[in-house]
Write a protein that binds this ligand. Structure first.
Ligand code: FPP
Length: 253
């Protein structure tokens, strides 16, 4: 890695002198357990999870985070029951419709990574409309990972570079980390600084494997629907208190 991301000051919450991550990613886990604990169907957990997305987005904006990337649907999630997939799809459709105005008002830009085309026509249409409508917003970028898998993303990048090399567009000897990073779907986003996973599971589950190389990882026990503004703020405090070394000896400045 050639350069550490510049620390930025948050707009609110942590006060001056504290480091606010530019790019935060979240593996939103625990919706099912949250519902089970209450004797509710899994869909109720996902609905509560969607409300937690709104809170996290607001908290990220309030703290001055530039990019929030959320793992809404992994490529492995297609193995869930067709009923649960339909519930999740309907929920995302509903939220997109309801929240588009908020995204516009709050100057949030929507971006997608993964393969959103794998979803049905109406959701795809709404997603693309929302991406288009919010393209010039610049307060915060919300990246939704949909049908996303990190290995597939890296594989596609390798395939594209190989194709370029095959026609002589790229010299294989010049392929470096930056060249691979430039082929990833996150190419134009700031480096990932902080990756949070809720619900006590301690793994990355094929999410942003390349991008997380130097990120701070934070695993919290809170189930995603219970992850509120205070939990977000606490996560930023943990981040601010950690010394980031980027493989070197001293703290990054
Ligand atoms: C993991 O909980 C969560 C998901 C697979 C889906 C995440 C989706 C949302 C939070 C709602 C919709 C998103 C948007 C953008 C509006 P789990 O079901 O794996 O929980 P469990 O491990 O307790 O069963």
């Amino acid at each position: 890695m050639t350069s550490a991301p510049a620390p930025s000051e948050g707009a609110a919450g942590l006060g001056s002198g504290n480091r606010v991550p530019r790019h935060v990613a979240i593996i939103m886990d625990g919706n099912g357990r949250w519902a089970k604990q209450r004797g509710l169907p899994r869909a109720a957990g996902h609905r509560a999870g969607a409300e937690a997305v709104r809170r996290a987005l607001q908290a990220a904006a309030d703290h001055g985070v530039e990019v929030l990337t959320i793992y809404a649907f992994s490529s492995e999630n297609w193995r869930r029951s067709s009923e649960e997939i339909a519930d999740l799809t309907a929920l995302m459709r509903f939220y997109l419709e309801r929240e588009l105005k908020t995204l516009e008002k709050e100057q949030v830009r929507l971006r997608l990574i993964g393969d959103h085309s794998a979803f049905g026509g109406e959701l795809v249409e709404r997603l693309e409309k929302a991406v288009e409508r919010t393209a010039s917003n610049d307060r915060l970028t919300l990246v939704i990972a949909l049908s996303y898998g990190s290995r597939a993303e890296i594989t596609a990048a390798a395939r594209r570079l190989a194709a370029k090399a095959a026609v002589g567009e790229v010299d294989p000897d010049t392929i470096d980390e930056a060249a691979i990073g430039a082929e990833l779907q996150t190419a134009d986003l700031p480096e990932l600084d902080l990756l949070i996973r809720t619900s006590g599971e301690v793994r990355l589950s094929n999410f942003l494997l390349w991008q997380a190389a130097y990120a701070e990882l934070l695993f919290v026990d809170t189930l995603w629907p219970d992850f509120d503004e205070e939990a977000f703020s606490d996560a930023l405090k943990v981040y601010a208190a950690r010394e980031r070394r980027f493989g070197g000896r001293g703290p990054a400045v």
